[in-house]
Each structure stands twice: as structure tokens, then as C-alpha cells.
Design a protein around this ligand. Structure first.
Ligand code: SF4
Ligand code: SF4
Length: 391
């Protein structure tokens, strides 16, 4: 027991090293596509240039020129820029938007994206059944987290991810005023997952969410429901959610005002594409992973834009964690086992419920089988249900 901390640090170091090394191998095997569009560049514009010269000078494909200037024949490429009556600012904005769409199409590994969504669908259906049947137990959970990290992170890579679809959609629209349809579809699918089954996509499908959960459980003692090596803590939801909202607003404003993507610099999903890691990203991701030993999913609760949007959609989820107060004996084991503040709010029938990651920890510990992942609205506890029970 004395050496618990050595055990935790050992497994932490091995796990993170394996994720980085195996991801690097996987990236090499998939090969080729960078998966991230290059940053927008400043165009060289002279209104006396013909479209052909303008395209050549700025390395812009004809298909982009055709779309922006609404050309009907190749002959029109000899027209001068001035004849289209567009200001430099307008030209820069339209061309960058169109280029952004073209590079989004070109850099994606479409085959991998389709495979990943198909596997997500299968995996989440499997977990949906497991959770409904109350079969997720501590030992199995850690194996399933490791399997999820391996499949969705190491094998199927950093992209796509629920976080990436929100971040890139906001960035593309804010900086270029363009909507990339495949991203919108991917985002809608993720939101549909949340609408159906609470945050099951975060719990069992998001590669970085799974990695944080896996690390958190490495340091979780089943009996004490706390850290094996130093105590685990739950930051107040008001604090974590306020920081998450502020981060979302700052990210969006910077994208609108300076066309800069600040998440890109620290994107934790890059751990699954180690070649793209910068020093800033390494320090940030390292900090998040170490913090994950002591607090539940710090990236999800303090920063993730999908975490924030998903938390809002959770309010109307069809399936969610519910307490049957006829069976509940007010022992509060579920509250103690919950890694976030969600069960503290659900159990006492509060209105504002923090993120529930559908992790099943509460279901697992309930001695009277009073908690379900089921359809319909939550009921409130009877008055005095928890009176004199140290609420
Ligand atoms: S909240 Fe966490 S699990 Fe959900 S998308 Fe963001 S990083 Fe992934
Ligand atoms: S333990 Fe907490 S986060 Fe996990 S399913 Fe229960 S209420 Fe949700």
C-alpha cells in the first residue's frame, strides 16, 4: 500500500509513452494527409492584374477563381481584377474563404473519417446496451477506456473529434465566413449522440476524454472512492464552467478579430499526432494529463468547446441518469462515487446539473439498484428524504 504512488506514476508514464509512440507509428501507417488546413496567407493584389496573373502570383487554383468571380468560361481569366469592382478587403475575404474550403477538402483523410464514424456508431451502441443493463464495473471500465483510447485515438487518430468539429466550425466561420458542410454534418451527428444518450460520446467515444478518464481511474481507489496517490478533488462547477465559457468567448473573439485559432496552439488531441506537437502544446497537454490524476477530465470541464455545447444539449437528452426515490435509501454512495458534481445535483433534485459523463460509477455503487440510465424526466426527491443525513 505504501508504494501506491510508485504504481500510479509507473502506469501513468507507461500509458502516456505508449500513446505517443504508437500514435506516431499509426500516423506513419495512414500516411500522407496532414488533416489540418494551412493557415490563411496574405494575398498579393494589384487591380491591374488579369485573373490568370493573380492566380499564378498567389498560387490559387482556377476552380477557386471560377467560384469567387462567377466565371462562365476559361476566356474570362484574361479579365482584369479591376473589372470585378471588388475592394482589396472583399477580395481577400472571398478568396481566403474559398481557399479554406478547398484545403479542408484536400487535407482530410475521408476514408478514415467514414471508418471512424462507423466504429463510433457500433461502439456507442454497445455501451448504450451495457449502461442500460448496468454491466459497467470498475475492472471492465478501465479495460474499456484503454480500448477506446487505442481505437479512437491511436488507430483512428486525432481527427475527427467532437471537440475539433466545434472548434474548426467556429474558427472557419469567424475568420473566413464560410461553412464547411461535412463539418456541419459531423457536428450534427455528435450533437444527436448527446441528444439521445447524454454525454455518452464524451464518455466512451472521444479519444482525449477517454485518455483523461483512464488516467483519473489509474489513481482512483475503488474502496475509498478517492485518490490512491494524493487526494482527488472536485473543483466547483461554477468555477470550471465560468472558465469554460470565458475560454469559448475569448477563442471566438480572437478568431473573428484576428483570424487566429488559439486552441490550435494547445490542442490536446495532438497527442495522437505527436509529429505536430510544439513545446507549448507539450507543456499544456502534460499539465492536463498530470492534473487528470487528481481531478476529473480537466480539459473537458475547464476548456472544451464541445464540452460546453454538449452540457447545454444534455438538458434535453432522451436517456439520462435518474434516481428512483422509492428504492433509494439515502446512503449517498452514488454522490461519493461520482467523479464530478453531477450526482450531487441529480440526487437532491437541483435544477442546474453539471456535466454528467454517463460513466456509470453511480449505477455501479448503488446498493439498492435505484439508479438507471433511462428514458424520460428526472423526478424530485420527496421532501425530507435526505434530512438529517448530512446534506
Ligand atoms: S468534453 Fe471532453 S470528452 Fe467531450 S469532446 Fe471535449 S474533450 Fe472530448
Ligand atoms: S457517476 Fe456522476 S458523471 Fe458518472 S454517470 Fe453518475 S452522475 Fe453521471
Amino acid at each position: 500500500m505504501k508504494n501506491k504512488w510508485i504504481e500510479v506514476i509507473f502506469y501513468f508514464a507507461i500509458s502516456v509513452t505508449l500513446v505517443v509512440l504508437l500514435s506516431q507509428v499509426s500516423v506513419k501507417i495512414w500516411g500522407g494527409k496532414p488533416e489540418k488546413a494551412p493557415a490563411a496567407k496574405k494575398l498579393i493584389i494589384d487591380q491591374e492584374m488579369t485573373l490568370k496573373e493573380f492566380g499564378k502570383e498567389n498560387n490559387i487554383q482556377n476552380i477557386v477563381l471560377k467560384r469567387v468571380f462567377k466565371l462562365t468560361s476559361p476566356k474570362e481569366l484574361s479579365k482584369k481584377l479591376a473589372s470585378f469592382n471588388m475592394s482589396e478587403k472583399e477580395l481577400q475575404q472571398k478568396i481566403s474563404g474559398s481557399l479554406a474550403i478547398e484545403s479542408e477538402k484536400a487535407v482530410k483523410n475521408w476514408q478514415k473519417i467514414l471508418i471512424k464514424f462507423f466504429v463510433w456508431f457500433l461502439y456507442l451502441s454497445f455501451f448504450f446496451i451495457l449502461t442500460r443493463k448496468k454491466r459497467v464495473k470498475t475492472g471492465l471500465r478501465i479495460v474499456l477506456y484503454a480500448t477506446g483510447v487505442f481505437i479512437f485515438g491511436i488507430i483512428l487518430g486525432a481527427e475527427p473529434s467532437p471537440m475539433g468539429t466545434v472548434k474548426d466550425a467556429i474558427f472557419l466561420y469567424s475568420s473566413h465566413r464560410v461553412i464547411f458542410l461535412p463539418r456541419l454534418i459531423a457536428f450534427s451527428v455528435f450533437i444527436l449522440f448527446v441528444f439521445i444518450a447524454n454525454k455518452a460520446i464524451c464518455a466512451w467515444g472521444c479519444q482525449f476524454g477517454l485518455l483523461q478518464d483512464f488516467i483519473f481511474r489509474l489513481n482512483r481507489d475503488k474502496k475509498t472512492m478517492n485518490g490512491k496517490f494524493l487526494k482527488q478533488f472536485k473543483p466547483s462547477f461554477a468555477l470550471s464552467n465560468s472558465i469554460r465559457i470565458a475560454f469559448f468567448v475569448i477563442f471566438t473573439l480572437i478568431a473573428i478579430l484576428w483570424s487566429l485559432d488559439i486552441i490550435e496552439k494547445i490542442d490536446p488531441f495532438k497527442i495522437f499526432n505527436p509529429g505536430s506537437l510544439t513545446i507549448t502544446a507539450i507543456v499544456f497537454i502534460g499539465g492536463i494529463l498530470i492534473l487528470s490524476l487528481f481531478t476529473y477530465r480537466p480539459w473537458c470541464t475547464f476548456f472544451c468547446p464541445f464540452g460546453l455545447v454538449g452540457w447545454l444539449v444534455e438538458k434535453i437528452s432522451i436517456f439520462k441518469i435518474k434516481v428512483n426515490y422509492d428504492k433509494c435509501i439515502s446512503c449517498k454512495l452514488c454522490e461519493k462515487s461520482c467523479p464530478s458534481h453531477a450526482m450531487s445535483a441529480i440526487l437532491y433534485g437541483k435544477k442546474n446539473i453539471p456535466d454528467c459523463f454517463s460513466c456509470s460509477s453511480c449505477i455501479e455503487v448503488c446498493p439498492t439498484d435505484a439508479i438507471d440510465f433511462s428514458l424520460g424526466k428526472r423526478t424530485k426527491p420527496p421532501k425530507d428524504k435526505f434530512k438529517n443525513k448530512d446534506t
